[in-house]
Ligand binder design. Structure first.
Ligand code: MN
Length: 243
């Protein structure tokens, strides 16, 4: 069974999410917990009925420092989660570097386990959910490279966007990447909201698609590359850097 719960009261900032995740792991319940903007804590829980009911019993009181005032629950669809995640928290840094080398492209890098997992985007990212952009998995980079901007032997690089990102999806990272379907939320200056990286073709191949998910940050028809070409560090375009 699956339920959605909304927990009200003094429930944020008291270790509620961490305690809920710990209890869910003990019970074998899957899903997620997240702090909502209205001060409540939202929970999606799925698993055997007895285990989900045990987690609900925990939510009625919460951890020691919490004061639960009310708990609303409703039945939900089983979504096939394979983890119990804390949602809405930054997993690390992301950066998009515009790079002129033997070809012109953008590099999307996401911090995963201490390295920047990287994809080269020949046509760059898009905020339009109807646009699927080719993303070629390339070598990991170090975190130190995230702020690199300057000329190089065959061209140069600017930091086109950067910020932090949240990991999403039903499967824990980095396994989500290994399986070829990674969902995440970007908090950049130009790229915001949900995105998906979907591997195409054969399982071990390097070809992926980067797709903007449909949410309030989607901008159908908006050409973010043309409208916001400048570095978020220097304000220069790559053309200005290279001229
Ligand atoms: Mn590159």
């Amino acid at each position: 069974m699956a339920i959605r719960a909304a927990v009200g009261g003094a429930v944020q900032g008291v270790g509620f999410r961490e305690a809920t995740r710990r209890r869910a792991l003990e019970l074998g319940v899957k899903g997620w917990v997240r702090n909502q903007p209205d001060g409540t804590v939202a929970v999606h829980a799925e698993g055997p009925q007895a285990a989900v009911e045990d987690l609900l019993a925990f939510l009625r009181h919460g951890p020691r420092l919490a004061a639960v005032a009310d708990l609303h629950t409703e039945r939900a669809k089983v979504e096939g989660h394979e983890q119990f995640a804390i949602r809405g928290v930054a997993a690390g840094a992301f950066v998009v570097q515009e790079h002129m080398a033997s070809t012109h492209h953008f590099d999307l890098r996401l911090e995963v386990d201490g390295v920047m997992r990287s994809w080269a985007l020949p046509k760059g990212p898009s905020l339009d959910p109807a646009v699927k952009r080719l993303a070629l998995a390339v070598d990991d980079h170090s975190l130190e490279y995230n702020s690199f901007e300057g000329t190089q032997s065959k061209g140069g690089t600017i930091v086109w966007d950067r910020g932090v990102y949240e990991q999403g999806g039903r499967v824990a990272w980095p396994e989500a990447i290994e399986r070829g379907h990674a969902v995440f939320v970007l908090h950049g200056q130009k790229l915001t909201g949900g995105f998906a990286l979907q591997r195409t073709g054969r399982a071990a191949g390097s070809q992926w698609l980067l797709i903007k998910r449909r949410d309030e940050h989607a901008r159908p028809g908006f050409d973010v590359l043309a409208r916001r070409p400048e570095s978020v560090i220097s304000g220069r375009t790559l053309g200005e850097l290279l001229s």
